[in-house]
Design a protein around this ligand. Structure first.
Ligand code: PMV
Length: 349
């Protein structure tokens, strides 16, 4: 019986505070702007993936939460091709290594959160796939290098290879060799930062991010203003706010960028709506909370879906979550067990 080689790894979810929205090259997933995200604790939202390979496997196979998915998509093909060629280089330089680069792969993944509901499932998924295959292939753990491969799978996945506060540098080169993720600061740098995920809906999103981005780039007038005038300055300021642990600035920039991203979605033609009425009420409540506190104590952000992520500092947790609970526990679809300060989904960033 031929040997089965395997390795297991996890991919965490990252939530952008400065959004990536727009591709300048669709095949290589090259973005039109720099972006920044916070990676949530590996113990919380994550994809757990085991990659195995063997001479006896007949084809590449992927299972996510027990269901079969194709690895024959252009993105998966590209990602596996890149990983295999890195392994092949190792095998050529070191004769002792087993020749496994051309064996078929079986990938088994489990998400502990809703798939494709605007909760960055593809980011965690590709990050877990790449880390598990990199481990299986014993590739050097240069995460910025691996992030270039992750990027080709799903743009935002490149940021999930790092913990803490992460930037995706858009780069300038046409071949994408300089479009990679780097760590701004690790998780320990700002230990009081917390994130709560408010699952407004676990339905699949209406407009997938790739087609949404294409539409925005093609049709939104506001989009050029966003990428040329708004994001470059915001990128520098947000990095500074993280390095200085300046929650006031970080919160302001995070909320403004979420608003800006959803504005270019609305400015697309036909418009794209990711926020629903509950999302809008969450925005109103966070604004009221901040007004009542006389300073910014909580920041909302929404990706390509109605679910909210609220960033706040630990000292304000009871107040922020208590108020959200008070206002939202009566809504349809919001049961106490889903949203009770005692067992709300709180994540260390
Ligand atoms: O990487 P994708 O194709 O899933 O796109 C992610 C887009 C946003 O989540 C809205 C923003 C971001 O930077 O993560």
């Amino acid at each position: 019986m031929p040997e089965i080689h395997y390795a297991t790894s996890t991919g965490p979810v990252n939530i952008a505070t400065l959004k990536y929205w727009g591709k300048r090259d669709k095949d290589l997933n090259l973005p039109t702007n720099n972006s920044i995200s916070v990676t949530l604790d590996q113990n919380d939202l994550k994809t757990l993936t085991t990659a195995s390979c063997s001479e006896s496997f007949k084809e590449d196979h992927l299972w996510i939460n027990g269901e079969t998915y194709s690895l024959e998509t252009p993105r998966s093909i590209q990602v596996l091709k890149d990983l295999r060629s890195l392994r092949e280089e190792l095998e050529i330089s070191n004769n002792e290594l087993p020749k496994i680069s051309q064996f078929k792969l079986h990938i088994i993944s489990e998400n502990n959160f809703p798939t494709a509901a605007g909760l960055a499932s593809s980011a965690a998924g590709f990050a877990a796939l790449i880390s598990s295959v990199a481990k299986l292939y014993k590739l050097p753990t240069d995460y910025s290098e691996l992030s270039k491969i992750a990027r080709k799978g799903s743009g935002s996945a490149c940021r999930s290879l790092f913990g803490g506060y992460v930037a995706w540098e858009m780069g300038n080169l046409e071949n994408g060799e300089d479009s990679k993720a780097i760590q701004i600061a690790d998780r320990k740098h700002w230990p009081t930062m917390k994130a709560a995920i408010l699952v407004v809906s676990d339905m699949k999103k209406d407009v997938p991010s790739t087609s949404g981005m294409q539409l925005t780039v093609k049709t939104s007038d506001l989009f050029q203003y966003r990428i040329n005038e708004v994001v470059p300055k915001r990128y520098i300021e947000m990095k500074e706010s993280i390095l200085n642990k300046n929650f006031q600035k970080f919160a302001e920039l995070t909320m403004k960028d979420s608003n800006s991203f959803h504005s270019v979605c609305l400015d697309s033609y036909p418009p794209i709506f990711y926020l629903n009425d509950t999302s809008k009420n969450i925005i109103k409540l966070i604004n009221l909370l901040n007004e009542a506190a006389g300073k910014l104590i909580a920041a909302y952000t929404f990706d390509a879906g109605p679910n909210a992520v609220i960033y706040y500092e630990e000292e304000n947790q009871d107040y922020v979550l208590g108020m959200l609970y008070k206002f939202f526990d009566k809504l349809d679809g919001w049961s106490n067990d889903k949203f009770n300060p005692a067992n709300a989904k709180i994540f260390d960033s």
